[in-house]
Design a protein. Structure first.
Length: 413
């Protein structure tokens, strides 16, 4: 039976078009041959303007109603031929094909709304997976505690919702299917904080030569351009600046650019700090940046399932990185300097790294990154631009069907 079971991944995200936000919900075959081509692999299930949302007792009723219809359809697909006989016969005349959801992806905003989460960043309890919290009510549960004996690791957590969400009724659903994705947690989270802190610490000292900050920015820009040329890398960001590092925002520095740019900057910072030690007392930054680079490389290199050595590598680099980053954050805190922010995403990163050894499927972290899904949102927003505002939510579905068919036919020839 399982030889004809097809894994499906669900994904939701918001995009903005003409000052109006849209929720786009899609599904894709996890083993699609064209998963890196968004038009050939992503299938739109619904598109809903966010201003149409209606909520009751902190539950997004509109989204739940839409997801209820999706859940009913997916449960039908999980039963196979009995329910979707005609479609299955088109694929194979004799055997039954069944379709099973294996992962629910999306950013934290979407996950909180689609799963009616009561524990997510912004609340006292920050994690839907465990009882980790800000530590205001119970300091033993603080999410910055990375020790093996941390209370959030050992204390059993109840369901993270007050009202059962429709997605949890899916055949075979488990919270282990749900996780934040690598791109949002790493590239748009912890890695941004690391790059921001590293750049500001080094620019404030004489790490890159120059009598003033402007000259040092020019010097590092030249180094960065050389590094990109040498390794054949590209960045959206044309010029580093104070505003790109949130230098004067009165908060911890953060590298403000795209996820792909952050990936390049991690490599650049690790390379720069491999030759010379960063200024005192943040010498540990060199090891932290190197570990970050190794971790990101190990995650992005892996395929769908991790091998034994990939599990070992991810755990080794990941744990060492988490410990070194936390050490730097504590040092900055003692010195009352605003560096190395430890945000709830850092806690989600801890889960992502440590889960690689307990996930029964050994599903890789990089496999669930949302690079292509983000691209697919842009494709849909471009389609929306050419449609009437009155009928676009319906016509977008039709248009998607035509695009998917066209793309598959192109590749089937
Ligand atoms: Zn947690």
């Amino acid at each position: 039976m399982w030889a004809r079971a097809v894994p499906i991944v669900l994904w939701g995200d918001e995009g903005t078009h003409n000052f109006k936000s849209w929720m786009l919900f899609s599904w894709m075959l996890d083993v699609s041959l064209w998963r890196t081509n968004s038009k050939a692999s992503r299938n739109l299930a619904f598109a809903c303007p966010v201003n149409m949302y209606r909520s009751h007792e902190k539950v997004n009723q509109t989204l739940q109603a839409l997801l209820q219809a999706v859940q009913a359809d997916l449960d039908g697909l999980a039963k196979g031929l009995e329910v979707c006989g005609e479609a299955a016969q088109l694929i194979d005349c004799v055997h039954v094909w069944t379709f099973h959801v294996v992962a629910c992806k999306g950013d934290l905003k979407y996950l909180a709304q689609s799963l009616n989460l009561t524990r997510f960043p912004g609340c006292e309890e920050v994690c839907f997976r465990c009882l980790a919290s800000m530590g205001r009510q119970d300091p033993s549960l603080v999410y910055t505690d990375l020790s093996e004996a941390a209370a959030w690791r050992t204390r059993p957590a109840p369901d993270p919702w007050s009202e059962r969400p429709c997605l949890s009724l899916l055949d075979g659903f488990s919270l282990r299917m749900v996780s934040t994705d690598w791109m949002h947690t790493w590239h748009l989270g912890v890695a941004r904080d690391l790059v921001g802190a590293a750049m500001k610490i080094c620019l404030k000292s004489q790490f890159w030569p120059g009598p003033n900050l402007a000259r040092r920015f020019s010097a590092v820009q030249r180094r960065l351009n050389d590094f990109k040329a040498q390794h054949g890398l590209q960045m959206h960001l044309k010029r580093l600046s104070k505003s790109r590092l949130a230098w004067e925002d009165g908060t911890c520095p953060e590298f403000k650019s795209s996820a792909a740019d952050t990936g390049v900057m991690i490599r650049f910072v690790a390379s720069e700090l491999s030759d010379r030690l960063p200024p005192e007392p943040y010498e540990g930054l060199a090891a932290c940046a190197w570990l970050a680079d190794q971790l990101q490389e190990a995650v992005m290199r892996a395929g769908l399932f991790l091998s034994d050595s990939e599990v070992e590598q991810t755990l080794m680099y990941g744990r060492a990185f988490l410990a070194s980053y936390m050490k730097l954050a504590k040092l900055a805190n003692v010195r009352r300097e605003l560096y190395f922010k430890v945000r709830p995403k850092f806690h989600y990163l801890t889960h992502l790294i440590e889960d690689v050894q307990t996930r029964p499927s050994r599903r890789s972290l990089g496999w669930d990154s949302c690079w292509i899904d983000e691209d697919w949102v842009k494709v849909n927003l471009r389609m929306l631009r050419r449609m009437s505002a009155r009928t676009c939510h319906e016509h977008l579905l039709y248009r998607n069907l035509i695009v998917v068919r066209h793309e598959l036919e192109k590749r089937g020839r």
